[in-house]
Design a protein around this ligand. Structure first.
Ligand SMILES: CCCCCCCC/C=C\C=C\CC(=O)SCCNC(=O)CCNC(=O)[C@H](O)C(C)(C)COP(=O)(O)OP(=O)(O)OC[C@H]1O[C@@H](n2cnc3c(N)ncnc32)[C@H](O)[C@@H]1OP(=O)(O)O
Length: 721
């Protein structure tokens, strides 16, 4: 909004462009263009400095504006060229963030000065696009192909210190960035600008450029699994290595248009805002212990270790408790290994991990040390009796205001709370494994959980840099409840004639990192087996005379139980739905034993084997999961479809470029989802999860309502959501 220019010795005017989350970026671009032209034409102006406002350079374009193609990055390209071609040195003063179009503007400048705390990146790939304002052509010329490819295909934000090492910025400062940029501008007045114009520079050569690119392309393709943007980002950078600048820019624009019309960009942009909408979710109450928790982690198994590690990473003081010294020492060792690893990753960054200080992290077997903590996260074995015993003890020992959280993936929060004298302070916190890596935290409120307890758990998620999603209490909550019918269909498909590798392949082609059978093998088949035994579906508590393939009048497949009875627990035993090179091995190979076992099983149960095509595999698995999502919304277990999508994107490996299951359903079209469910349900009348939910039917009946209107068709919402 202001134009300062540097005269020989004094500062008179600076362009200050604020494009942080602005919906007016067209106006900003115009102002930038006008200001530059004015500065160029004014002989009293000797140099130009571009900065942001309020300590932020630019977060790039307003993502909401991407729905109208005319207002896109391509409009920025000529302005970046204009900056670069200026006859007066232009210096970028980068504070806060320089992202996307913001960083492309900085790349057009002849010099870049950054504050030590600034972050830079080209995150377009994460919203399904590529840097379309010549960034894919300038960045490799500045920092080389490997580093540029890494930044552009991952979209990662890098700290200023790393940017300096890469040569992305010329200088970093701890104090006033703008003054430093002006100093630099004054210093370079009169120096030749040719060598500072990135479009004129060759892309730095690599001795093995072709081999490097080939390898990089394979890696990008492997990781992308149908997600177009990383591959097209790669192609744009590759063009920089093969063509002159202007031709590279033309290629960049072509690829940008492909992405824009792919549908994937819309899905990713939906996901971006869905995550923020879930973050914004608030109860009328305030958190009781915001940001000053002392947390006790109870139980140092795999989950507990991850939870303690993420608490320490979040700079929250932790008391880690185990039931005996043997388990404590084992847990402590594992936590220390994780923390050392995390500390290494953070080396060179602004933040240090403080975990050798007993005031920050303490290990104990003494329950009484929990007396003063603000919040406890219990992470013991998934067993109701054990959890109730612990909650009873916690309720007696912890101070009156302390929040009691249980890490459970399916158990009833109300029943756990009933063991305490303070059910209003009991809440479920479902972490995902590995808990120090996975961002999702399902926060489950019970019948008596108070709004301030929910607010405190949300605050905890925020402090731990996790995506907290508040949901109601039901078996499996949201994520696992939707997962059950998906896995159930996968197993039914095996009964009917498919193979684990065929089902997995279809879902991996859809974009999941691993299909349901690889996932079961990884998680351990015994986990579900234990749960089914607990529910009386298999094992000794199964009533005598039960039919092998029916439970409570519904279709049931005993296949996973039969595998467990044979000791096939998955990766840990070297055999499950696949075979592995050894117990604990990770390379899954189709197992002829399983194929033989399945055909014998079909013979025994007189099931006619049939060929099942990819469409049926995909639809039965995904539509049954989505159908459950509609039931969850109708029951008021979640606030809206965005919440379900955020859970699936952050906790269940749902491919981001498909926007989440409910968004996906909206792109397929609800009438089609309904018609397919009806068809499969008629073919399998004993499978209730294929019966279309009443809410889905209603949305179709009102004319395929758009996703953002779905909730308005429900009369009942949970009072706590
Ligand atoms: C001086 C230089 C001039 C430069 C001119 C640039 C003109 C650009 C022209 C063309 C460019 C095209 C390419 C692009 O730039 S694509 C966009 C690339 N940028 C991004 O992807 C950044 C996305 N945002 C983030 O990563 C984060 O929001 C961050 C900026 C790091 C801030 O994080 P945090 O502090 O955690 O805050 P939130 O994420 O919660 O965001 C706060 C609210 O702001 C909304 N937001 C953020 N970024 C954008 C955006 N780019 N467009 C629209 N809205 C954005 C976000 O939704 C939050 O709002 P709400 O809670 O209401 O949803």
């Amino acid at each position: 909004r202001h134009l300062y220019t540097c005269t020989q010795n004094s500062l008179s005017l600076i362009i200050s462009v604020f494009v942080y989350i602005s919906t007016f970026y067209q106006a900003v671009l115009q102002a930038l263009e006008d200001g530059l032209k004015k500065a160029d034409a004014d002989p009293s102006v000797k140099a130009v400095m571009i900065c942001g406002e309020n300590g932020k350079f630019s977060a790039g374009a307003d993502i909401r504006g991407f729905s109208s193609p005319k207002t896109l990055g391509v409009a920025l390209g000529p302005i970046v060229s204009l900056i670069e071609s200026s006859e007066k040195p232009v210096v970028a003063a980068i504070e806060g963030v320089a992202l996307g179009g913001g960083l492309e503007v900085a790349l057009g400048c002849h010099y870049r000065v950054a504050h030590a705390k600034a972050r830079m990146g080209l995150p377009e790939v994460t919203i399904g696009l590529l840097p379309g304002a010549e960034g894919t052509q300038r960045l490799p010329r500045l920092i080389g192909v490997p580093a540029a490819l890494d930044m552009i295909t991952t979209g990662k934000h890098i700290p200023a210190t790393e940017a300096l090492k890469l040569g992305l910025v010329d200088e970093i400062v701890e104090e006033n960035t703008i003054e430093a940029a002006i100093r630099l501008a004054n210093k370079v007045i009169g120096q030749p600008l040719g060598p500072r114009r990135l479009s004129l520079k060759p892309v730095p050569k690599l001795p093995n450029m072709e081999a490097f690119l080939q390898e990089a392309q394979v890696k990008v393709k492997r990781q992308a699994r149908g997600f177009l943007a990383p591959e097209l980002c790669f192609q744009a950078v590759q063009a920089a290595t093969q063509r002159p600048f202007a031709e590279g820019v033309r290629r960049e624009r072509e690829l940008f248009q492909v992405l824009l019309s792919s549908g994937q960009a819309q899905a990713l942009q939906y996901a971006f805002f869905a995550e923020r909408a879930v973050h914004r979710w608030a109860t009328p109450a305030q958190p009781t212990a915001a940001s000053t928790f002392t947390v006790a982690g109870q139980g140092l198994g795999t989950m507990g270790q991850g939870i303690v590690t993420s608490l320490v990473k979040a700079n929250i003081p932790v008391v880690a408790l185990e039931q005996n010294l043997e388990y404590l020492n084992k847990g402590r060792k594992a936590v220390m290994v994780l923390l050392e690893r995390e500390a290494k990753k953070m080396e060179g960054g602004a933040q240090k991990l403080d975990f050798h200080n007993p005031a920050r992290l303490q290990f104990t077997v003494d329950f009484n040390l929990l007396h003063d903590v603000d919040l406890v996260i219990e992470a013991v074995f998934e067993n109701m009796a054990l959890k109730k015993e612990i909650f009873h003890k916690l309720s007696n020992i912890c101070k009156p205001g302390a929040l009691l959280c249980t890490n459970t993936s399916a158990l009833d929060i109300d029943e756990i709370a009933s063991a305490t004298s303070r059910p209003q302070q009991v809440i479920g916190t479902h972490f995902f494994s590995p808990a120090h890596v996975m961002r999702l935290l399902e926060i489950i409120y019970g019948r008596h959980t108070s709004p301030s307890a929910i607010a405190t758990a949300m605050q905890l998620a925020k402090d731990m840099k996790k995506v907290g999603v508040v949901v109601g209490n039901c078996f499996g909550f949201v994520g696992n409840r939707m997962m059950f019918p998906y896995v159930e269909q996968a197993v039914f498909l095996l009964e009917e004639g498919s193979r684990p590798e065929a089902v997995d392949q279809v879902l991996e082609d859809f974009g999941f990192k691993i299909g349901p059978f690889r996932m079961s093998d990884l998680a351990g088949l015994d986990v579900g087996w234990r749960s089914r035994k607990g529910q009386g579906l298999t094992g000794p508590s199964l009533p005598a005379g039960s039919s092998a393939r029916q439970r409570r009048g519904q279709r049931y497949s005993p296949l996973p139980d039969l595998l467990c009875e044979r000791g096939r627990f998955g990766q840990k035993t070297g055999k499950g739905w696949y075979q592995y090179e050894r117990a604990g091995g990770r390379t899954a190979t189709p197992d002829p034993w399983i194929h033989g076992f399945l055909s014998q099983y079909r013979d025994t149960h007189r099931i006619e084997t049939r060929y099942i095509d990819q469409e049926e595999i995909l639809e039965r698995c995904l539509f049954s999961l989505i159908n459950e999502g509609f039931a969850i919304l109708a029951e008021g277990i979640a606030s809206g479809p965005e919440h379900l999508d955020v859970i699936y994107l952050n906790g269940y490996g749902w491919p981001k470029h498909r926007g989440g299951p409910m968004f996906y359903a909206s792109t397929v079209g609800l009438p089609r989802v309904l018609a397919k469910l009806q068809k499969y349900s008629e073919a399998h009348p004993d499978v209730p999860k294929l019966r279309p939910s009443a809410f889905l039917k209603k949305l179709v009946a009102v004319g395929n309502a758009p996703l953002k209107e779905w909730m308005s068709y429900l009369s009942r919402q949970s009072p706590k959501l």
